[in-house]
Design a protein around this ligand. Structure first.
Ligand SMILES: *Cc1c(COP(=O)(O)O)cnc(C)c1O
Length: 404
């Protein structure tokens, strides 16, 4: 075929020139449209992974593409020594749709959490001196892969071989208020949580638990950090996951879907907290660049104008019912969890084989916490695509039960 792409060649050269830190499927994609992606063999896949919760508007969204194209012809990058209009616009949009605060922009989720921890420590340092510097995370958490955020991530495997590790990080048992009270001390400066744990197996936080944590934080001048990197941008049926509970965090981190696929991260903090960062205290060369922020504005405006959070709630309800039907029908399915378009199916067996089978049937899904199938599609997914997924999952579970 004329101009055909040799996938084996991509793989061979990839193995030679790229580090081996990812387990990759032997597939390479050329383009996408809506909720579908196409590989170099012109095979179509329906995408329930969405670039790991990043491609919130799906593929080839006109408004997002136009915003990127237009901005790229004006300014891709300039430095933070100057005021960047698209950065201000994105900060305003984020704050107007969350809580009264100020934003700092970076380029990824881990960087946003790293920034949140630095901000919380600086806030406490200005008020109390250096003793109040400990951060509490929850068991089952995932907050990133940098040296600091690794220590907020409850997976010893990710930390192995990377020591020595920075100090001042502790864990409370997720959804266990007594455990939290035991870990909380006068040295605690912040608590970080995910409204629904993503990598930890799609486990929602209890409303009661997080409300009590929030009260204890207020009483002890401890900052509450909501990691909205996966749950934010309408994913769970509200613009931000904390909005399902009767709380407001002091700091929130956003990344993944924020710019519809462009690399970006954000830290939003209440004004009093945000002001702990003064000129020179923190920074990022690429953070808040005109291009990523223009993409962020287009993405957030589309989510708001097209009511994609409401769609996530409504379609998520439909999706969840269908998954519950699978859990009644097949004994390999143990539980259905999550909210909106962040749903998980806990299996009694490892999920890798199911992911592999789904892939060969033309569906991108993934598995977290060994045995939880995770569904985090673009927020424009429709019922017909969900029906198709349920059909092939039924086939796969049937095959597995016959084989067992
Ligand atoms: C993905 C994720 C991160 C890390 O984001 P990166 O952009 O990969 O650094 C942190 N927290 C949560 C909840 C995530 O889902």
């Amino acid at each position: 075929m004329k101009g055909a792409v040799n996938i084996q060649n991509i793989i061979d050269e990839g193995q030679k020139y790229l580090m081996s830190n990812y387990g990759r499927f032997p597939i390479s994609f050329s383009h996408g449209e809506g909720c579908r992606v196409y590989d170099y063999n012109q095979r179509e896949y329906i995408d329930f992974l969405g670039g790991v919760a990043v491609n919130i508007l799906g593929y080839n969204n006109k408004k997002l593409n136009d915003a990127i194209a237009t901005q790229s012809q004006k300014l891709i990058h300039i430095s933070n020594y100057f005021w960047i209009d698209t950065q201000v616009k994105l900060a305003k949009l984020l704050v107007e749709n969350s809580f009264d605060g100020k934003a700092f922009f970076c380029n990824s989720g881990a960087e946003a959490n790293e920034g949140a921890v630095k901000l919380a420590r600086k806030y406490a340092y200005r008020k109390y001196g250096i003793q109040k510097n400990e951060v509490i995370a929850m068991t089952g958490s995932f907050h990133g892969r940098t040296l600091a955020t690794l220590n907020l991530t409850d997976n010893p495997k990710y930390k192995e071989g990377f020591g020595p590790h920075p100090e001042g990080f502790k864990f409370a048992k997720f959804n266990d208020i007594d455990s939290f009270k035991q870990v909380l001390t006068k040295n605690t400066c912040a608590v970080i949580f995910e409204p629904i744990q993503g990598e930890g197996g799609i486990t929602p936080i209890d409303s009661d638990f997080i409300k009590k944590v929030s009260e204890l934080c207020k009483q002890n001048d401890v900052l509450l950090i909501a990691d909205e990197i996966q749950t934010g941008m309408g994913r769970t049926g509200k613009l931000f996951g904390y909005q399902h509970h009767d709380i407001t965090p002091d700091i929130m981190t956003v990344a993944k879907g924020l710019a519809g696929g462009c690399a970006i991260g954000a830290v939003i903090a209440k004004v009093e907290v945000a002001d702990a960062f003064q000129s020179g205290d923190h920074g990022s060369t690429f953070g808040g660049n005109p291009l990523a922020c223009a993409a962020g504005v287009a993405t957030l405006e589309t989510i708001l104008d097209d009511e994609l959070a409401e769609n996530a709630e409504k379609i998520g309800e439909y999706f969840k019912l269908k998954l519950q039907y699978l859990s009644q029908k097949y004994s390999v399915v143990k539980a259905v969890r999550g909210h909106g378009l962040m749903l998980g199916l806990e299996l009694s067996i490892p999920g890798a084989a199911v992911v592999q089978k789904a892939l060969y049937k033309g569906f991108l899904i993934n598995c977290t916490a060994t045995n939880v199938l995770r569904f985090i599609p673009p927020l424009i997914i429709g019922t017909s695509e969900i029906d198709l997924l349920i059909e092939i999952l039924s086939e796969i579970f049937e095959e597995l039960e016959l084989a067992a």
